[in-house]
Design a binder for this molecule. Structure first.
Ligand code: CP3
Length: 333
């Protein structure tokens, strides 16, 4: 059994597996090298040979316990026919949302649009490069995808005033997303993903109707993933009550953000926990890194815990700090 599954399924606490969100990304010189010659990010995600290579880059360098496939949560809107672009120094930029067109899209077409992602997974499995490790597939949660699809740019840049007004649009989108996110989960598992992570990066924006936007849509995906026999990790970033989330949604493991008080959470839940460390700690120095990492390792000493960050690794992170992090986690007794 892989180290993460030992932790997730057998509740082992004697070893702490490690991988990092956004481990396949811009802090790696070898990623930047490939990116330099591939200015279209979506096309890069659809190039299964290169996306496989990028997926394996952090494994080769750091021997992490899991690979997360190189892809993006916005591949679902792309697969549904909405235009998605990534502009340099701007981030994602989506085209207009045509709900009538979305309501008509067929499963076959969606799968065809995303087929290179499934090929990447099949090739990964064939190559045996991940022997003894997990292959993490992922999706965006309905709420976060809905935010991008309606707002068309990151909410960091501000929210369209009419955002919450069009209830019919929101209700239709939630239904479509539930259906197609499940299709994407199933196809990733069938192609070789051994764990699924659900990223709800903008969950913290939800201030009311938690059942409708957070709990029900996520629970539907969690139950579905479990029914396919795969563990499922949830990351509802920024929500104020992780314990309540865990009680209602019951993911196989919860990824916490850096604002969560780990000790307090531990008193309230008993499922395995992942993550927490502020990615900015990796921008400080080794002594501080050791101090901050040990805090999490000490607190979770007797609890199934997978080391990870409280959000994605920052592009300015130095390689030697990641090497040091892995060493601290692996040497901890
Ligand atoms: O290593 C991995 O974690 C796997 C690959 C991965 C990417 N995006 C590649 C990527 C994963 C898991 C994601 C998830 C993702 N994508 C999320 C959820 C996690 C989070 O960060 O909250 C979100 C919100 C997105 C949407 C997205 N994609 C944004 C907002 C951006 C631009 C800003 C940014 O953080 O880079 C992207 C681009 C993106 N996705 C890059 C990578 C490596 C950078 C592309 C580049 O410019 O080279």
């Amino acid at each position: 059994m892989t180290p993460i599954k030992e932790c997730l399924i057998n509740n082992k606490t004697d070893l702490v597996p490690i991988w990092l969100m956004r481990q396949a990304g811009r802090y790696l010189p070898e990623f930047r090298e490939i990116r330099k010659n591939n200015s279209n990010f979506i096309n890069l995600c659809l190039n299964s040979k290169l996306s496989k290579e990028i997926t394996l880059q952090p494994i080769k360098r750091f021997d992490f316990d899991a690979a997360i496939i190189f892809s993006d949560i916005l591949m679902i809107p792309y697969g549904l026919g909405q235009k998605v672009e990534f502009k340099k120094n701007f981030g994602p930029n989506l085209g207009d949302l045509d709900i009538d067109k979305l309501l008509e899209i067929e499963e076959e077409e969606f799968i065809k649009n995303l087929s290179p992602i499934y090929e990447l997974l099949v090739e990964l499995k064939k190559s045996n490069d991940l022997k003894g490790k997990d292959t993490i597939g992922f999706v965006g949660a309905p709420w976060t995808l809905l935010v991008y699809m309606i707002n068309k740019v990151s909410p960091k840049k501000g929210l369209n005033n009419n955002f919450f007004l069009n209830k019919e649009l929101i209700n239709n989108l939630l239904k479509i997303l539930d259906r197609f996110i499940k299709i994407h989960i199933k196809n990733q598992i069938n192609a070789g993903a051994t764990i699924i992570q659900i990223f709800d990066s903008w969950a913290g924006m939800i201030k009311s109707d938690f059942d409708k936007y957070l709990y029900n849509p996520t629970l539907s995906l969690v139950n579905y993933t479990k029914s396919l026999g795969a563990p499922v990790i949830c990351f509802p970033r920024g929500i104020s009550d992780y314990s309540q989330f865990c009680r209602i949604v019951e993911p196989s493991m919860i990824n916490i953000d850096y604002n969560v008080d780990p000790k307090n959470l531990l008193k309230n839940i008993d499922i395995p926990i992942q993550g927490g460390l502020h990615p900015q700690v990796l921008l400080t120095d080794k002594a501080n890194l050791r101090k901050e990492v040990k805090k999490y390792l000490e607190i979770f000493k007797n609890h199934p815990y997978v080391f990870n960050l409280g959000h994605g690794i920052l592009p300015e992170t130095k390689i030697e700090m990641v090497e040091e992090l892995v060493k601290i986690v692996r040497d901890f007794k």
